[in-house]
Every structure is written in structure tokens, then in C-alpha cells.
Design a binder for this molecule. Structure first.
Ligand code: PSU
Ligand code: MN
Length: 304
């Protein structure tokens, strides 16, 4: 057992009993949503996973350890703290060595889930190739992680703060399967569609689970993206969200925002510019992904 891993009792029991487990990230709690909705959502998401017969494992860095499964107090601490660092791959060793609190991104959560033997991870949206990346070179470490770490990520696609076409090209180059769950096109987070086709459409969980098992049997390293569109009743009007995202991008540019601050800046701007309407959509899609992620973990567990 890795010396840095600390499991919650619930996750430990699940592992001993061979129950399906779903990993959850914590950057979405600390940097993706405001308090207290972030903590409320984190708790609801965990319960939705339990309702499907799986066990949630929210992941974060605390006291020099990688926590696999957080207590209520730990969730509260992360959600209500202003000094939890956004932790991606490059940040993991430093934050652990200096015993700082770190909220794990998709990339870092995949690494920690893999260390803990968890194969399914549910979140909101993944990072990707930013618009203008041909000059900024801003490409999320999430994509490199998907290229090399064996964890499947259930998400609502990616926000159109990113260049979705280039993001898909990058994933194709790296050999990452991109499933559209009941969709032919990549969902764009707040909206159910985008102009870009997914790699494979899957209309049932069995097909996705079977493909993931075959991928593992073939020793093909790397993750997979399961793109699950936001439920129809929570989707936002396309024109409204496009306008808001363009304004957010302009502000980021005007303020000289770069590096790891770009994504949190844009997320906050989008939320403010929509009077919190985008937050409601964000919460709904994360919950939906948790349910689908749990169903996938249950199915995959049966194939083992
Ligand atoms: N996209 C979202 N919500 C999020 C994030 C991205 O719609 O909360 C977070 C995730 O933790 C993701 C990270 O892994 O931002 C990507 O950051 P960057 O673009 O700096 O790699
Ligand atoms: Mn970046």
C-alpha cells in the first residue's frame, strides 16, 4: 500500500468487500463552485453514488496524505477554505511534502484514483485545449493524464471556454477513447450539443463497461472520456452561454490571466455573468454524471 494513501472507513470497507467505487475530484469543490452550494453538492453527489449501489471516494490532499474518501468535516473544510491549492500533477509532490491542503484537478484525481485502484471517476467537465492555444500553449494537464493513466472519466464534455475541436484532436492523437453516452456529438457542458462528433456513441452502460474491460485486458494504458450530456431540462440557451463565455474570455485576456488561474477565473466569471443560472446547470450535470458513473462502476465490477 502506498505510504501516502489514507482511506476513509467507507472506502476501506468497500474495497474489502469488492464493491464498486467512484472517485470524485475536489477542485470542483474549492475552485469550481461557491460556498455553500459546493459542499451541499458534494454531499448530494456522494449520496447519488450510494443510491446506485456504489461507494463514493472524494479525493484531496491533507496533512501530507492523499485522502481517498473525505469526512463531512473535511468536505466542509475544503469548501469553506480560501487557501486550498489547486493541485494538478506537477503540484502533488510539493503539496504533500509540505503538508498543505490541495484540491485535486481531474489530472491529479486520476493519479490518486489509480494509486488507490479506482477505475471510474465522475466530475463536471474536463480541462482541454484552450482557445488561442496555438500562441498561449495553454493545454490542460488533464489531457496528458487521460493519455497515460487508467481511469475513465464521466463528464458533461467540456466548456466552450475551450477549443472543443482541438481538444478532441488532442485526445485522438493520444489514443483516448471518447464515448458519447446517448449522443453522437460532444456535449459542451451547459448545452447538450456541439458541432463535434464523438469517437463512439454508446446507448447503454454495458457497451462502455465492456469496452473498458477489453481495453484493460489489452494493457492499453490511458483513460477514457464518457461524455454525458446535461439533462435537457437544465440545459442553458446556446446564444446566452456563448455570449457569456465570450465576455469572460475577453475579461481574462484584458486582465492578463495566465497559467493555472485561467480556468478558475473563467468559471467564476461565467457564474457571475449568468446570475448563478449556470451554477444551477453545473450542479444538475455533476449529479447526473455521478449517477451514470456509479452505474458504470457497478457494471464494470460485474465483469471482473
Ligand atoms: N472545468 C469545469 N469545471 C472545473 C474544472 C474544469 O467546467 O471545475 C477544473 C477541473 O478540476 C479541471 C481543472 O481538472 O479545472 C482544469 O484546470 P486547467 O485548465 O488549469 O488544467
Ligand atoms: Mn491551463
Amino acid at each position: 500500500m502506498n505510504q501516502y494513501l489514507v482511506f476513509s472507513q467507507e472506502v476501506q470497507d468497500a474495497q474489502a468487500a469488492g464493491k464498486p467505487i467512484v472517485a470524485l475530484e475536489s477542485t470542483i469543490i474549492s475552485h469550481g463552485m461557491p460556498y455553500p452550494q459546493n459542499v451541499e453538492t458534494a454531499r448530494e453527489v456522494e449520496q447519488l453514488i450510494r443510491d446506485e449501489g456504489a461507494v463514493p471516494a472524494t479525493i484531496a490532499l491533507m496533512d501530507g496524505k492523499i485522502k481517498i474518501g473525505l469526512s463531512d468535516d473535511e468536505l466542509e473544510l475544503l469548501g469553506n477554505s480560501t487557501d486550498a491549492a489547486k493541485a494538478s500533477r506537477r503540484d502533488l509532490p510539493y503539496l504533500l511534502a509540505t503538508k498543505q491542503t490541495g484540491a485535486t484537478t481531474v489530472a491529479a484525481t486520476m493519479i490518486c484514483a489509480d494509486l488507490a485502484g479506482i477505475r471510474i471517476f465522475a466530475t463536471g467537465g474536463i480541462g482541454g485545449v484552450h482557445r488561442g492555444a496555438e500562441t498561449s500553449m495553454d493545454i490542460s494537464a488533464d489531457l496528458e493524464e487521460l493519455a497515460q493513466t487508467n481511469v475513465a472519466v464521466v463528464c458533461a464534455g467540456a466548456k466552450s471556454i475551450l477549443d472543443l475541436g482541438l481538444t478532441l484532436e488532442y485526445l485522438e492523437t493520444k489514443g483516448v477513447p471518447v464515448f458519447g453516452y446517448k449522443t453522437d456529438v460532444l456535449p459542451a457542458f451547459y448545452t447538450r450539443t456541439s458541432p463535434f462528433s464523438v469517437n463512439v456513441r454508446a446507448d447503454d452502460i454495458e457497451t462502455i463497461a465492456g469496452t473498458l474491460k477489453t481495453k484493460a485486458d489489452l494493457n492499453l494504458t490511458g483513460g477514457a472520456v464518457i461524455a454525458n450530456p446535461i439533462p435537457e431540462e437544465h440545459a442553458m440557451p446556446e446564444a446566452e452561454i456563448t455570449d457569456v463565455i465570450n465576455r469572460a474570455l475577453q475579461e481574462a485576456h484584458a486582465n492578463g490571466i495566465i497559467g493555472k488561474d485561467v480556468t478558475p477565473f473563467l468559471l467564476t466569471k461565467v457564474k457571475d455573468l449568468t446570475d448563478g443560472k449556470s451554477l444551477e446547470a453545473n450542479i444538475a450535470l455533476v449529479k447526473h454524471n455521478a449517477t451514470v458513473g456509479a452505474q458504470l462502476a457497478v457494471q464494470l465490477n460485474q465483469l471482473k
